[in-house]
Design a protein around this ligand. Structure first.
Ligand code: NG6
Ligand code: CA
Length: 490
């Protein structure tokens, strides 16, 4: 296979969406007609993984083609963190740009901003943003919807800055700012209570992580996040078509991460509370995007990849009744654990690839990581990562388009505390590590144990029967493989 293909590429990257959250992955409780249609017209992967059970490391990995362990800063970042991607490093958007693409990012970033002195001055141009990492167009929010600053950043600048009302941000434990509403001082302002954390600034009636003062005009409205990002994504597609170059769009949807505030028209439509409603909203956004591609006659020749950065959680810090209203819905489908976890619920995620001109329709059980997109795109474009770049990315282009049913031989993932797990054929191996077996706040089984764990995913997808003592050689071999990856070159 040596032909190159310059189809447009759109990565749709959800935040905390589980393996069982979509109709096409078995959900009966939440309707996701648009993603189900994407899936019918494309390839549904059953053994695809994010690099980590939390956000920042997975995002680092999908954009750089490197395992997160290679960057000691790749952990959940505060909203005022510096950018953790070295601007000298090769990235997926740089790869597309070298191949002549127009590149854009819309949505959640969470990889830090600014390369210079700290604290970052939000009122000036920010010196290190996605535009320095290969994205020509960038419209993002800095971290997560539950972290300050609650503002959009376009290019290098906060949107709607007002010099008379400068923005200040702090992640100190005690509030350093006078005169701002805070969680414990102003409970009367809250529209939703926090169940754990999220008790610093109140912005838009919601307790957030971190303190923020000023920027009244710049602060986003939570119920408008989805439409705002969608609008930017559609605008990017329109501008690209006019421009004439093929395009690469990384559209990082903010749903269903907390706080879950859908646009009013989605409130209550699933009966599963805000978590279900924002998934329906996300599906609608995807539908609008597909409609736009179709209208512009781009659908057949655009590779649309949909996935999620980590597994699901019900109560991630707000009293939004997600648990009470969840009913029989299984967010992680048959998998054990969820977000944060070393069990498969933490990292195995929905992964759909569609491109009618190129990608076979059906189901693929190939083992594939989001980390592999880099080298696979390079293959598609007939180019290569820069010397030393994308160290952990394997060229799985044939698997991506449905021509290789096997994929990788082995793939390493990590949980929130950087404990490692390895998939290898039918085996899932969880390396021993310290920690509690159950996170009480979020009610998730961590999979942490000082005993090695080995599961045969063929007949035990729910990881109930640890067979490490029956197959000590397999467990030993897999631990060795992990050590080899961790100490391996590049
Ligand atoms: C946790 C937050 C959680 C979420 C997570 C990051 C608290 C108590 N919990 O620390 O709400 O923001 O970080 O999620 O603050 S992620 O998907 O971006 O990794
Ligand atoms: Ca996430």
């Amino acid at each position: 296979m040596s032909q190159t293909n310059h189809c447009n590429v759109v990565i749709l990257y959800a935040d905390d969406l589980g393996y069982g959250d979509l109709g096409c992955y078995g959900s009966h409780e939440i309707n996701t007609p648009n993603l189900d249609r994407l899936c019918r017209n494309g390839l549904k992967f059953t053994n695809a993984y994010a690099a980590s059970a939390v956000c920042t490391p997975s995002r680092y990995s999908i954009l750089t083609g490197r395992y997160p362990f290679r960057n000691s800063e790749a952990h959940i970042l505060p909203g005022d963190a510096g950018c953790i991607i070295d601007p000298a490093l090769d990235t997926v958007p740089k790869l597309f740009r070298r191949a002549g693409y127009r590149t854009g990012i819309v949505g959640k970033w969470h990889l830090g901003l600014g390369g210079g002195s700290r604290p970052i001055d939000w009122n000036q141009d920010i010196d290190l943003t996605p535009v320095d990492l290969g994205f020509e167009e960038s419209f993002i929010f800095p971290a997560t919807a539950d972290r300050v600053p609650c503002v959009y950043v376009e290019g290098r600048r906060v949107v709607n800055l007002d010099p008379k009302d400068p923005i200040e941000v702090s992640y100190e434990a005690e509030c350093p700012f006078d005169g701002i509403p805070t969680y414990h001082k102003n409970p009367e302002l809250l529209t939703v209570k926090s169940s754990h954390g999220h008790d610093m600034s109140i912005v838009g009636g919601i307790g957030r992580i971190g303190y923020m003062r000023g920027g009244k005009r710049a602060v986003w409205k939570d119920e408008e996040l989805a439409d705002t990002f969608l609008d930017r994504a559609l605008r990017f597609i329109g501008d690209s078509q006019r421009d004439g170059r093929p395009f690469f769009l990384y559209y990082a949807l903010h749903q269903p991460h907390v706080p879950r505030v859908p646009a009013p028209r989605f409130r209550g439509i699933t009966g599963l509370g805000p978590r279900g409603d924002v998934i329906a909203e996300m599906d609608w956004c995807v539908g609008r995007l597909l409609e736009e591609l179709e209208k512009r006659n781009l659908l057949d020749h655009t590779m649309v990849i949909f996935s999620s950065d980590n597994g699901p959680v019900l109560d991630d810090g707000y009293v939004d009744r997600a648990k009470e209203l969840n009913g029989t819905h299984r967010m992680a489908g048959p998998l054990r654990g969820g977000k944060y976890s070393k069990f498969d619920g933490g990292t195995r995620i929905p992964f759909i690839v569609s491109c009618p001109d190129l990608v076979h329709r059906g189901v693929s059980d190939a083992l594939i990581g989001q980390v592999d997109l880099f080298a696979s795109f390079a293959h598609m474009l007939g180019t290569e990562p820069e010397e030393g770049g994308a160290a952990d990315s394997q060229d799985l282009y044939a698997a991506l388009i449905g021509e290789d049913p096997a994929g990788r031989e082995e793939l390493m993932m990590e949980d929130v505390s950087c404990g490692r797990l390895l998939r290898c054929g039918n085996w899932a191996y969880l390396s021993p590590s310290e920690g509690v077996p159950f996170m009480k706040d979020v009610e998730i089984e961590t999979g942490l144990s000082m005993e090695p764990q080995l599961y045969n995913m063929d007949y035990d997808i729910g990881q109930r029967i640890n067979v490490a003592s029956e197959f000590p050689d397999v467990a030993g071999e897999m631990e060795m493989r992990i050590q080899r990856i961790l100490t391996g070159g590049r």
